[in-house]
Design a protein around this ligand. Structure first.
Ligand code: HEC
Ligand code: HEC
Length: 297
């Protein structure tokens, strides 16, 4: 009897030591497999861009940077900001893009911009973390070149950032969820990119803008809504959140954040889209009117 009683603590001790060992092996495997993905070098061929220097190109670049939300993540002065600092999960500074100390503009060749923005890769070919390049696949070379022309001449900001760190929670997300932690993994690096349709008030151009500027990242691929930061993007398909609205109502909500009923949109709908031009908003409206209705997600 006594002997049996003494055995139990020993068996339990062995059992928990076993669990600790299994957990340790699991954590080691998690770090090894995610390290391999974080450190992978993607050998992509990038072309050089001809960067235009005209005042019109800079103005166009200023507009495009705004609607591609560069400032939303890299800061109003483009000197960078921390987009996420979540204990045990990730520390993610979106870097300094300017010509100042610690910025990329002075040291990037034009091909490095292509590699970062369109392939989601650092100059050495390793993947950037959470830089949404997978959503920028429809950006044309001309658009990118105009943005570089704009970024090149913004006031230089001297600000350095430590490297991004993906911690335990972020690594778990990399193996156990469909979250896009490394956009480079979602990109077909060998694909030749289709040129965008001409800028006009057309369904085709609206579809291009909705994809290129990332509406779908929060309003979902089929625009049925419910993705992105809380409360989640609305259903933009016919019969959804904009049921009964006119084009003017849509333009007003995009410019001012106010709905026809007087309510105001949550701050998670980026106000940077207020600078979309009349033509761009018309094209988006035509496109949203043309898509198949979907139940709200
Ligand atoms: C949703 C947020 C987000 C948006 C929008 C965004 N970025 Fe980033 N970007 C990041 C993050 C985060 C990093 C840092 C990734 C890392 O260090 O692994 C980054 C990195 C970069 C880098 C590499 C910087 C370096 O230090 O090597 C460049 C270049 C860049 N972004 C350009 C742009 C441009 C141009 C735009 C607009 C067209 C843009 N980004 C829009 C989040 C964003
Ligand atoms: C970062 C996430 C995000 C992105 C990117 C985004 N939206 Fe939104 N959007 C939201 C959220 C969240 C709401 C709902 C706000 C609320 O419920 O108050 C919203 C609401 C809207 C509404 C108002 C509909 C309603 O609820 O009455 C319109 C119109 C809209 N978005 C259009 C767009 C367009 C067009 C784009 C691309 C150019 C876009 N959004 C990109 C997050 C986003």
């Amino acid at each position: 009897m006594d002997g049996k009683r003494r055995r139990w603590p020993r068996i339990l001790g062995l059992f928990s030591a076993g669990l600790v060992a299994i957990a340790a092996i699991g954590v080691a495997a998690l770090y090894l497999s995610t390290n391999a993905r974080l450190e992978r070098v993607y050998p992509v061929e990038v072309r050089a861009l001809a960067i235009p220097r005209s005042a019109e190109a800079v103005e166009r670049g200023r507009h495009l940077a705004r609607i591609y939300l560069c400032q939303d993540c890299h800061g109003e002065d483009l000197g960078g900001r921390v987009v996420a600092d979540i204990p045990l999960t990730a520390y993610l500074p979106a870097g300094n893009l300017t010509r100042g100390r610690g910025g990329v503009a002075a040291r990037y060749a034009s091909g490095d911009w292509v590699r970062a923005v369109l392939h989601g890769l650092r100059p050495d070919g390793r993947p950037l973390v959470f830089m949404p390049s997978h959503q920028m696949q429809r950006m044309s070379d001309d658009d990118l070149a105009a943005m570089v022309a704009f970024i090149d001449q913004v006031a230089p900001v001297d600000r350095s950032w430590p490297p991004a760190v993906v911690k335990f929670g972020g690594r778990l997300a990399m193996v156990a969820t469909t979250q896009t932690v490394l956009p480079a993994e979602r990109i077909d690096h060998a694909a030749s990119r289709r040129p965008p349709p001409a800028a006009s008030a057309s369904v085709a151009y609206g579809e291009h803008l909705a994809t290129a500027t990332g509406c779908r990242s929060c309003h979902r691929l089929d625009l049925s809504g419910g993705a992105g930061p809380p409360p989640g993007g609305s259903n933009l398909t016919p019969g959804g959140a904009m049921k009964g609205w006119s084009e003017a109502d849509f333009v007003r909500v995009m410019r001012t954040g106010r709905r026809p009923d007087g309510s105001t949109l949550a701050a998670s709908m980026p106000r940077d889209f207020g600078s979309l031009t009349d033509l761009e908003l018309s094209a988006l409206w035509l496109y949203f009117e043309s898509v198949p209705p979907k139940a709200s997600h």
